[in-house]
Design a protein around this ligand. Sequence first.
Ligand code: LLP
Length: 471
Amino acid sequence: MVTSASPATDSVAPAAGEAAAPFEQGRDRLSPNRNLAPLTAQLDGLGRLEVGGMALGDLAQTYGTPLYVLDEETLRATCRAYRQALAAHYPGEALALYASKANSSLAITALVASEGLGLDAVSAGELLTALQGGMPAERIVFHGNNKSAEELQLAIDRGVTVVLDNWNDIDLLSALAAGRSQPLRLLVRFTPGIECHTHEYIRTGHLDSKFGFDPDQLESVLRHLAGCPWARVDGLHAHIGSQIFELEPHRDLAAVMAEALVVARSLGHPCGDLNVGGGLGIRYVGSDDPPSIQEWVRVVAGAVAEACSQRQLELPRLLCEPGRSLVATAGLTLYTVGSRKDIPGLRTYVSVDGGMSDNPRPITYQSLYTAVLADRPLAEGSDVVTVAGKHCESGDVLLHDVRLPVTAPGDVLAVFATGAYNAAMGSNYNRIPRPAAVLVHNGVADVVQRREQPEDLLRYDVLPHRLLPVS
Ligand code: LLP
């Protein structure tokens, strides 16, 4: 669905000395999504890269690799950037909901909840993680284009707002709501007719999307719901895409949503919330230049306020759902370098101990990343290599033709901006266990996800008795 904006050639990082180290390039302390590395990335006394006051090489030594590292300071700074920008730029109430599909865990939930944000969940698993991680139910919205009756039951039992996506949701909920004294709190999602690509966007009447009601159907859906005593339509939702660097589509979205709000309110729905989804992009490679969080919020909030005032609409509470821009830059992944294969005149492969099972984005979206050696981040990048994973798949490549210092087996490689859609989309392909994750802060590291062991992968295997070897 989403690819990094940059052409493949941009993945060849400048050699050290030609430009600042990647973790320092134009560091933006207020908007972490504009950096390659976490805010706390710096050299320690030995010239090694440290994050959260912990040398990455030491983390690799202590916890093993592949290892997801999450910097608490960056995550908190990002949450605050969204909160403060919403307070500064939107004249009404506003709340950022963390799109937990980007990286769902108890620790991230607890951090995000403690910063006053809400959360968007799309499955029973994400919902349970959110609730158990301490996110108040009234700050959670539950999405999904094919929610099961069990998932909906869980959401309504816990007082979570459900985002209606289709008629099946309505049918299931009307049955589940029977006998309840209070109406269910709902948002209605529709396809806004704005499709974003990374550098362009098109508008169409009927978007080919599995998510949300077709815009032409929205009015009849809202009419139907107006006659359902069990339903309380608290707002509207739309989401236009992900890893977006443009601001114009978000501006257009505000107008489309305000128009829909006019219809919803004219039908008697309270519709106090307007949820504009997520989508703000981040920097994966030096040439990526996403807008800042402050700029994104300023445009979105300004457009919503203006579109509402033009239509004399009472200002809704503004909700947004950042995922990637909230967690990606706080995270990085450590790998240990292993084998090397030189194909003269063609390419050099350097393999690491992870790959597509912990980061499926390159093979899925041809996404680009930036990497340095953890213990020699400033060493001259005299080698052009392709960093491959260890999976049985030729396309299992994390970085194509990147410039790195000459590596030796045992070197630790740090890949930046892996905090979003890496662990969350990981797999056990080739029966490779999932990495551990540590949260670092002020020189302390806490394991927030234990490393899976090969034996764990057998937990759900069942060997029928009749297949047991006869001895
Ligand atoms: N809200 C809704 C309804 C969404 O579908 C999404 C993302 C978000 C919010 C958060 O969007 P963000 O702020 O993260 O752009 N796996 C892909 C990204 C898929 C995004 C799906 N929906 C990737 O790795 O690039």
